[in-house]
Each structure stands twice: as structure tokens, then as C-alpha cells.
Design a protein around this ligand. Structure first.
Ligand code: BG6
Ligand code: MG
Length: 214
């Protein structure tokens, strides 16, 4: 099977926004007197904003009306977006640019497949928007990872069949989504040791491209 495209998750793969998400959720949880910590935060990797809130509420055994949930999620997002203003091209994770450059030289198409509705803002802040032939994000999908929708959308936008795509992910939910889409799943960072990964690397500096594209 000849590989035609690599679809990158954004948060935790191309740029590290984890700490910003964590601090904004922690602030919301403190205000609402909800239990929250870094272990719960880990479970939010790759998960949409509303599903993240549902996990946090569930952890404290709290149920809220949909309107109240929407208010809390939008408050968290406002705090999170304030911190995104600090992002600069310096925040691109090690290995990302050389990898994008090598893929382009090999004629491999590249896309973003992210659950985030802030993906385009982030890409603009870190100056990488022009590297991607397509951006599939939280604004274009109904079902979030582990559902394959965002990766299938990315493949459609690129005009390639799913089986020719490789996904690079730092979340279990993302690796599961890649597999469900019929794509090869590469685990990096927090997902490097996942049994769902077809191959893995500590970060993008360790990309074994020939193996990833095999
Ligand atoms: C994913 C993050 O990329 O985006 C999750 O890993 C986050 O932690 C999700 O909840 C949704 O992000 P946003 O920016 O739409 O709130
Ligand atoms: Mg991620």
C-alpha cells in the first residue's frame, strides 16, 4: 500500500497546549468546587470540550443542565483562548518542522485532524498554517475521537482514500479513531506506549519515516 498522506493531531503532537487546557479546567473546577487533578486531565487528551466537561463533572458525581454546561465550557474556553495569545512559533514541538519539510519533499500530503475548535487559531499563532493541505477540526465534525469522523474528513479534504493515510497521535482516543478509520496509527508522547499504536516514537524528532510510511 503506498502511503499518500500523514494526518497530524495538533495538541500534544505539533504543539504543547496541554498545560493551558489543564490550567483553564482547573480554574473552572476550583470555581465550581469540583474535584480535578492532573490524572483526570490526562483523560481529556483528544476528547472534545463538552465531553471533557462531562468527564470532569462525572468525576465529582455532579450532573448539570445542558445550558449550565454550555456556560461553563464557554468560560473555560475564554480562559484557554487568553492563554493561546502567548503562543508563538517557538512553541512548535521539536522535530515537527523538519518532519513536515521531509514529507513535503517526498510528495506526501499533510493534514491536521484535531478535536479542537481552536485548531486554526493555534496554527496561525505558531505560523504553521501553510504547511497543511487540509485542516479537519472540531468545527467540522459531530462525533469526536475515538470516532473516526475527523480523520475520515481529513482524508476526504485531501482527496485520498483512508487506507493510504498515516495518523500521528498523542491520545489513546486518537489512536482508536485512526484504527477505526482504517489508517495506520503512530503513537507519540503520552501515546508512545499504547497497544493501539502500530508504531511509536518519544516525539517527532524520533520519526522513523520509512517505517511510518510502510
Ligand atoms: C484536543 C485536546 O485536541 O482538543 C483536548 O487534546 C481538548 O484536550 C479538545 O479538549 C477540544 O479543544 P477545544 O480547543 O475545542 O476546547
Ligand atoms: Mg492530542
Amino acid at each position: 500500500m503506498s502511503r499518500q498522506a500523514v494526518i497530524f493531531d495538533l495538541d500534544g503532537v505539533i504543539v504543547s497546549t496541554d498545560e493551558y487546557h489543564y490550567r483553564a479546567w482547573q480554574r473552572m473546577a476550583d470555581e465550581q468546587e469540583l474535584r480535578f487533578d492532573r490524572a483526570v486531565n490526562e483523560r481529556l487528551r483528544g476528547v472534545s470540550r463538552m465531553e471533557s466537561l462531562a468527564i470532569i463533572l462525572d468525576h465529582s458525581g455532579v450532573r448539570l443542565a445542558p445550558e449550565t454546561m454550555a456556560e461553563l465550557a464557554s468560560k473555560k474556553n475564554a480562559w484557554y483562548r487568553d492563554s493561546l495569545a502567548q503562543l508563538t512559533p517557538q512553541d512548535v514541538l521539536p522535530g515537527a518542522l523538519p518532519l513536515l519539510s521531509e514529507l513535503r519533499a517526498r510528495g506526501i500530503r499533510q493534514a491536521i485532524g484535531s478535536s479542537s475548535k481552536n485548531a486554526r487559531t493555534i496554527l496561525d499563532r505558531i505560523g504553521l498554517r501553510d504547511w497543511f493541505d487540509a485542516v479537519a477540526d472540531g468545527n467540522g465534525i459531530v462525533r469526536s475521537k475515538p470516532d473516526p469522523e475527523v480523520f475520515l474528513l481529513a482524508a476526504r479534504l485531501l482527496g485520498v482514500v483512508p487506507e493510504t493515510c498515516v495518523v500521528v497521535e498523542d491520545a489513546e482516543a486518537g489512536l482508536a479513531a485512526a484504527r477505526a478509520a482504517g489508517m495506520k496509527a503512530v503513537g507519540v508522547g503520552a501515546a508512545a506506549n499504547s497497544p493501539l499504536a502500530h508504531c511509536a516514537a518519544k516525539d517527532l524528532t524520533g520519526a522513523a519515516l520509512d517505517e511510518w510510511l510502510a
